[in-house]
Design a protein around this ligand. Sequence first.
Ligand code: ZN
Length: 255
Amino acid sequence: MGLIVDVFAARSDNFGYLVHDEASGRTAAVDAPEAAAIRNALLQRGWTLTDIFITHHHIDHVEAIAELKAEYGARVTGPRAEADKIDGLDDLVGDGDTVELGESRFAVMATPGHTLGHVVFYDAAGGHLFSADALFSLGVGRMFEGTPGPMWAGLKRLRDLPDETLVYCGHEYTQSNARFALSIDPDNPALRARAAEVDALRAAGRPTIPFTLGEDKRANPFLRADAPELARVYGLEGADPSAVFAAIRKGKDNF
Ligand SMILES: [Zn+2]
């Protein structure tokens, strides 16, 4: 008995996720991007929605909360730090808390930066990380609310998770992330291999999600802000890695 993850497209470039605890039959949506897409995924699987786990307050992650709650009576868990920005939260959580779904357990980890209260959900037993807009394949979310230091610190904690962790992020941004990453780290063999794989997947109309964290640790420049070769790109040799991280983030914003 374990956890089954269902991945589907929602809105224009969001991913929707259902997580199903086999032992109890409980099913959670990770974020609520679009009611119709989530309803359709539930019907295809024959599951009933019991829970919704929210990562942050952006509209493309919360818009379907009210509709799904009315339809299924699902219980909604979300970040305490953004409770004033999200309607319909029943349970408030923060860094270090554990969320239960039947026999499955999700550790809540704070990942500030994209939004200040952004959290991710990590299933250690199954090796699944639901990273929403904190960590993408070959990229990270745009820094809308935070500052580079805490954002880098949060990402470093994600980087400490096991290499075999499967990461499920909020958007299909991988191909454009790869283009930027190659512009600053062109000789990185792990990055070149992943970029080629991504091009093949996208050409075949397939998603690039989930991805393995170990591969991303070697290929994602944002997870390599403490690598000397990336400091060198920005003339920041010897600087604090958070300064290099800030430079990479700014470089991507202007790419
Ligand atoms: Zn967002």
